[in-house]
Design a protein around this ligand. Sequence first.
Ligand SMILES: [Zn+2]
Length: 267
Amino acid sequence: MKLLGCLLTANDCYKTKRTIRPKGVMVHSTGANNPTLRRYVQPLDTTPGQEELLTALGVNRNGNHWNRPGLDVCVHGFVGRLADGTVAAVQTLPWDHRGWHAGTGTSGRSANDTHISFEMCEDDLTDPDYFGRAYRTAVELTAMLCARYGLDPMADGVVICHQDGYRRGVASNHGDVYNWFPRFGMDMNDFRADVVRAMSDEDEEEDDDMVYYQTLADVPEYYRTAVDKAVEQGALKGEREGVLNVSEDLCRTLTVLDRMGVLDRKG
Ligand SMILES: [Zn+2]
């Protein structure tokens, strides 16, 4: 899975700075025929790596992306096509931020208070190749989040879609993802099972896909000492609001350098 970071800092939801303790992942799909990530995700002048992100995502010339005030929706991530047509995931809120994605359910409660959320960008819902790639990326993203927050994807109510949330009384009445998955013979039971498989695959194999960490807090414990030192020494430039956008490969390299004592040198 390719995972980019482009926080929607101009969205009113981001500005609330409210956090949650994640207890699950809610999968959404957009309900509109536009599989491109640039439709929803755009960096601003203040976004770290703006130029690289614009190259990767492509430019939205319609001004209708979600990195702006005045919207009542915001999710933690998107799955869709990059400018080159490949399918990737992009993180758009800190994972423990309280998102605006589920509305309120019949119980009066909301999955906004408990669930990390992401949107799968829909196409016209007839392309099995795009569905397969988007589904796979969604599985891998969910597996990563479950691993990070110690969530059991098979436990009741943990990995659910928007419509599941409605049936459970914790989300508004939207059909996603059952408007899409069944067209290709899949449902959320298949999805949960695939997340479990992805998690056990991750345990067994070395993951050679590039992973990026947005902030120092996102950097796993075992790399943190070395990354910390590199930031302290000014070798790794921390950007606005502590955003690093550092790759796992770089973290690994820094850890090796740290073991050699390189990062302890003064001046
Ligand atoms: Zn939804």
